[in-house]
Design a protein around this ligand. Structure first.
Ligand code: FES
Length: 152
């Protein structure tokens, strides 16, 4: 049995029918082909699936798609304006805030909220806020540098 869902994703209104058990992550990746948002653990433990709902960060793997009815979802694909990258994307490039890149979309989505919510005053504060975003390559100090840079 499917349900109707109307949600705005990266500024585009989407009207779909989905099963109630479908996660936001699977809706994005499998139904809408927005594969920038990554599936790492699928259990809320790695942060690779981080997106924004109404500007707040969530793990898309822990969010049922039907709960986004009428809301605004932003993914990594929604950050750039045409050819112009978001300042946080630029900062990750400049500071080598990634190696393999798999965790990067989630890191960037969290990093934006880190500043927006006022948790970017010190490197320690940033590390604490970003602790749900795992990077197996260990790019952590460069990620902190990138966030500090955008903060200024
Ligand atoms: Fe969602 Fe790991 S895939 S937290």
């Amino acid at each position: 049995e499917t349900m109707p869902l109307n949600v705005t994703i990266n500024g585009v209104k989407q009207s779909v029918r989905i099963e109630p058990r479908v996660t936001l992550l699977d809706l994005l990746r499998e139904r809408l082909q927005l594969t920038g948002t990554k599936k790492g653990c699928d259990h809320g433990q790695c942060g690779a699936c981080t997106v924004h709902i109404d500007g707040e960060r969530v793990n898309a793997c822990l969010t049922l798609a039907v709960t986004t009815e009428g809301r605004d979802v932003t993914t990594i694909e929604g950050l750039a304006k045409g050819d112009e990258l978001h300042p946080m994307q630029e900062a990750f490039l400049e500071h080598d805030g990634f190696q393999c890149g798999y965790c990067t979309p989630g890191q960037i989505m969290s990093a934006i909220c880190c500043i927006r919510e006022g948790h970017a005053d010190t490197p320690d504060e940033i590390r604490e806020y970003m602790s749900g975003n795992i990077c197996r390559c260990g790019a952590y100090s460069n990620i902190v540098d990138a966030i500090m840079d955008v903060k200024q």
